[in-house]
Design a protein around this ligand. Structure first.
Ligand code: FAD
Ligand code: NAG
Ligand code: NAG
Ligand code: NAG
Length: 513
């Protein structure tokens, strides 16, 4: 892939497709009334498309043993209606598939790692383009960047780079995609040092709604306008078949982690310590993230949630523990510490490939963003938790109120106008999830609980407008809360939409139109 990076300019990619007649959208593409074919079967798609794809590509339906892995989603409560899965073996196949879908008025939807949780996905019916074979990670000779396949996971990126001595910002959870989260920003443990995953994009190879292949980067003659939009609102505009991202020498051989369990009587002390620790964006930059949750641990108490917090630091134990002294002083009932290679940090923080966060079929709840924890609010949300699980015991061990405290300096230092990501002044991502057991009839109860938690969080910062990290949106959030309250942001996104996706083919993930 680095060969491509060195020899193909963005203009060239466009010219090549012009020469081949491909940049001129086919007449079907201009059909305003795209009528989805009533029946799209694997056999038809195999017959019509199969021979046009590179070897190793696959086309299958529900009878295939590969189907479950391609269609199961983390948010099992809002599933798209997938009729056929197409698995491209090469980046160029994506364009061929998109053009085929357009010619036949079939909707298409890219799949990375199936963790998108918004209900808007459920409006989709058509062909899923499962990108999971596009996983190459290839470091360029100058060791300053790497090309990463559009279907690679966080675990895959971290592993490939770390083993070569490098890191790049990715999401924190090992099993989410690399590109998927970055299209909405991309929060992760290297954010304090290097910014969001999307802040580190250099070039993107994309396929537009009409199947045109483009190389996109920050310069005006390389679709800089689209590059801006892909970094924060990317799901609306294109399929990224690979991304060239900055990489950094790893600097340390191990990360330090420290996990705590506190009982509820420590809640006020814990949140006061967190507010001091994070200041107003002054979190120590190497303190990658702390994840904290209210959760039932039956071995400790079946009725009272515990406070479970996991910190991770890019450096030695002594340095980390000096910073963690205020938390050590609180008095935990369980503690775990260790120093491990970065590749093992997701697991140490409960975000590894085998963790509950990677399992499917969870009901997605709600989220908010916060600058400083409102301690009264946190106490109220905590009490509500114990009250709800007493009322709905089936939800007791599957519900969690989650708090994320990233180091934010690298992210906050970047000019907010440089990308479509609008939330650089937010410090904490918080969310609530629960898993409604099938047949329990508790969906409405879970929804009501979600709304209460969200309203409490937003009510706890009365001088601020509610915002939503687009990747944590569950559906129904306002466009402004996801894409920015500054009117120029939505105006710019809408202009991009009419330029690059006039027929709104990318409309299934928190769409701006
Ligand atoms: C358990 C869990 C942990 C999470 N952890 C983090 C985290 O640490 N940091 C963070 O920022 N977010 C995190 N998220 C949110 C995450 O950013 C979104 O869920 C994201 O959409 C997941 O991408 P995916 O590829 O796994 O999912 P998918 O559902 O496969 O994709 C989500 C959306 O992205 C699109 N997409 C995926 N790949 C491409 C591509 N190559 N080109 C174009 N479109 C593409 C899909 O079409 C879809 O619209 C987490 C979510 C969950 C459920
Ligand atoms: C974008 O890519 C072109 C072609 O490779 C290159 O000339 C240009 O410098 C790049 N611009 C940026 C801002 O990276
Ligand atoms: C925190 O910083 C932001 C700017 O990032 C500012 O708008 C806000 O007023 C600050 N809050 C406090 C409590 O100082
Ligand atoms: C905390 O939340 C309450 C509402 O629950 C609100 O009245 C109060 O002003 C909030 N405190 C701060 C510091 O914003």
């Amino acid at each position: 892939m680095h060969v491509f990076a060195r020899h193909v300019a963005c203009g060239l990619a466009l010219l090549q497709s012009l020469a081949a007649g491909l940049a001129v959208p086919s007449p079907e593409f201009f059909d305003k009334e795209l009528v989805t074919r009533r029946v799209v079967t694997p056999a038809t798609v195999q017959a019509e498309l199969g021979s046009k794809l590179s070897s190793g590509s696959l086309i299958y339906g529900p009878e295939s043993p590969l189907w479950a892995d391609s269609t199961e989603r983390w948010a099992g409560a809002s599933l798209p209606d997938i009729q056929v899965v197409v698995l491209p073996a090469a980046e160029d196949d994506v364009s061929v598939i998109v053009k085929y879908c357009n010619r036949n008025s079939i909707n298409f939807f890219a799949r990375g790692h199936g963790h998108g949780m918004t209900k808007t996905i459920a409006t989709f019916k058509g062909i899923e383009i499962d990108l999971k074979l596009l996983t190459a990670v290839s470091i360029l000779p100058d060791k300053k960047s790497a090309w990463i396949g559009g279907g690679q996971s966080v675990a895959g990126v971290i592993g490939a780079l770390w083993n070569a001595g490098y890191v790049t910002p990715t999401g924190s959870n090992a099993c989410v995609g690399f590109v998927g989260p970055a299209l909405g920003g991309g929060h992760g443990r290297y954010e304090g040092l290097y910014g969001l995953a999307s802040d580190n994009f250099i070039n993107l190879k994309v396929v537009l709604a009409d199947g045109t292949k483009l190389l996109v980067n920050g310069s005006a003659d390389c679709h800089g306008d689209l590059f801006w939009g892909l970094k924060g609102a990317g799901h609306n505009f294109a399929i990224v078949t690979s991304a060239q991202s900055k990489i950094y020498p790893k600097q340390v051989d191990t990360w330090h982690f420290h996990n705590y369990v506190w009982t509820q009587d420590k809640l006020e002390t814990v949140f006061a310590a967190l507010n001091t620790f994070h200041g107003n964006g002054t979190t120590p930059v190497k303190m990658g993230v702390n994840f904290g949750q209210f959760v039932i641990e039956p071995a400790i108490s079946a009725a009272e949630a515990i406070l479970q917090w996991a910190f991770a630091y890019a450096g030695p134990a002594a340095e980390a523990e000096a910073l963690l002294a205020p938390f050590n002083a609180i008095g935990a009932i369980v503690e775990q510490v260790g120093d491990v290679p970065y590749t093992q940090i997701p697991e140490a923080q409960g975000m590894g490939v085998g963790s509950p966060g990677c399992a499917s079929a969870l009901y997605a709840g709600t989220s908010a963003n916060i600058q400083a924890y409102n301690i009264t609010t946190e106490r109220t949300i905590y009490k509500l938790f114990n009250q709800k699980i007493a009322q709905y015991p089936a939800l007791a061990t599957v519900s969690r109120v989650f708090h994320e405290g990233y180091a934010t300096k690298g992210m906050a230092d970047i000019d907010p106008s440089s990308s479509a990501f609008p939330l650089r002044d937010e410090l904490h991502l918080v969310f609530f999830t629960t898993a409604v057991p099938p047949g329990s009839g508790l969906t409405a109860a879970a929804d009501a609980w979600s709304t209460q938690v969200k309203d409490l969080w937003n009510g706890g910062q009365p001088t601020r407008r509610p915002t939503t990290y687009v990747n944590y949106a569950t559906g129904g959030e306002s466009l402004q809360s996801m894409y920015g309250y500054e009117p120029w942001r939505l105006a710019r996104l809408r202009a991009l939409k009419s330029k690059y996706d006039p027929n709104n083919r990318f409309r299934f993930y928190n769409p701006i139109v």
